[in-house]
Write a protein that binds this ligand. Structure first.
Ligand code: ADP
Length: 402
């Protein structure tokens, strides 16, 4: 059905994912990715009608340039798709304290997303560029742009999870709290898990691990997310590609007062130079880290620290479950593809009833869904995420109601 198509735009800090799909029959007609924005070589890859394309766009390419390439060189060439787009869905990482669900974008919403930039400084500015260019380039659909927020999934977290132990005034007056991120992905895979496990979502107890460039864990009890590892911003929690995740806050004072590093530099160090990249000294890319795990001791240590932290989070979220845990779910580029990470992490969790099936684990990658635990274990599932599909569904729902 080449009608009722939704164009989904996911502008990340260093990449742009896009697709045109029909959320009703779940068919993706076109999907693509621009990687390595602002680096030496930026490529675009896309798939249309079963054919894969890859093109070099240029050096040090910005979001604006890449978006214009997507619209002028890819989308506009497929007029049959282009003419059947009825709405545009945007992934937005942070809704701040003003927005708690998917919404039709207007000037007020844009201003709320701008106000939330301090809470997602690497992401919300990119999301806003996508919104502004989509409104400009699709004038007919300018009132059919929908923002779908990562933070919406965490709206029902209890205060015990979302408050930091700092003076309460910082929450009351400045809205400093845990907001979480990656909500669209945790939302999608937890619903898929309920289908696979044949359980009502409202009674589902799962721990979902989204492991991509950014990484986070979420605890879902009786279908409600009750805690997550990302905090005020997507910097807290797990070890990530280039982000530090949890650190003692005093490290920041030490770096500033004793080493003389400026606050801006510290921000860059913790966001862009830490995590797997900072620890290994070589790469944040798991395709490289996995290959060199046995031969390079720095790589090995960085991966072991990554798994150590992840296993601690999973184990700690057990105490938030209602009576039992239905499953642990892995997703994201690393969670879906890197059996090494799943094996090291899960082997630390046998005391809480997780028993990995090493052979099954080795076989699950490249978009496969699968169970990687033994029969007598708490089930562990690998479920490829599909944020675009969920964004398209939520976009369609709002478009149909206006
Ligand atoms: P993002 O958070 O930007 O959406 P992804 O979910 O695409 O990121 O995950 C990116 C991470 O996944 C990178 O570390 C990348 O190396 C890793 N990754 C993706 N595919 C593979 C693969 N086939 N094998 C190993 N690692 C992979």
């Amino acid at each position: 059905m080449l009608n009722n198509l939704i164009f989904v735009l996911n502008c990340g800090s260093s990449s742009i994912k896009f697709s045109i799909l029909n959320p009703q029959n779940k068919k993706k007609y076109l999907s693509g990715l621009v990687e390595c924005l602002f680096l030496k070589k930026t490529y675009i890859k896309w798939e249309y009608s079963g054919v894969k394309y890859k093109k070099y766009i240029g050096s040090y390419i910005s979001h604006e340039h890449a978006l214009n390439f997507i619209l002028n060189q890819v989308l506009s060439k497929e007029q049959n798709l282009y003419n059947n787009i009825i709405g545009i869905g945007h992934r937005v990482v942070h809704g701040g304290n003003k927005i708690n669900q998917s919404v039709l974008i207007n000037d007020e919403i844009i201003s709320f997303i701008e106000q939330a930039i301090p809470f997602a400084p690497l992401h919300n500015p990119a999301n806003l560029i996508g919104i502004k260019i989509a409104i400009e380039k699709f004038p007919v659909l300018s009132n059919k742009n929908i923002a779908v927020f990562d933070t919406s999934f965490y709206q029902k977290m209890p205060k015990t999870s979302f408050l930091y132990a700092i003076p309460y005034i910082f929450y009351k007056k400045y809205h400093i709290r845990r907001y979480g991120a990656h909500g669209i992905s945790h939302d999608y895979v937890s619903h898929e898990a309920s289908i696979i496990l044949n359980k009502n979502f409202s009674s589902l107890n799962v721990i979902t691990c989204h492991l991509g460039n950014g990484c986070s864990v979420a605890a879902i009890r009786n279908g409600v997310c009750v805690d997550t590892s990302m905090g005020l911003t997507p910097l807290e929690g797990l070890v990530m590609g280039t982000r530090s995740g949890d650190i003692d806050p005093s490290i920041i004072f030490f770096m500033h007062q004793k080493i003389g590093i400026s606050i801006d530099q510290i921000n860059t160090i913790l966001s862009k130079e830490s995590g797997l990249l900072g620890l290994s000294g070589i790469s944040s890319d798991f395709r490289y880290l996995e290959k060199n795990y046995s031969s390079n001791k720095d790589v090995r240590l960085s991966v072991d620290i990554f798994c150590h932290r992840l296993s601690k989070y999973i184990a700690s979220y057990i105490c938030l479950m209602d009576k039992h845990l239905d499953a642990v779910v892995f997703t994201g580029g690393i969670g879906e593809n890197v059996s090494l990470i799943r094996q090291i992490t899960l082997s630390k969790l046998h005391l809480i009833g997780v028993k990995i099936d090493i052979e099954k684990n080795m076989l699950i990658k490249n978009g496969k869904v699968g169970l990687i635990s033994k029969n007598n274990s708490i089930p562990v599932l690998v479920i490829p995420t599909d944020e675009e599909l969920l964004i398209a569904k939520k976009t369609m729902k709002i478009i149909s109601s206006i």
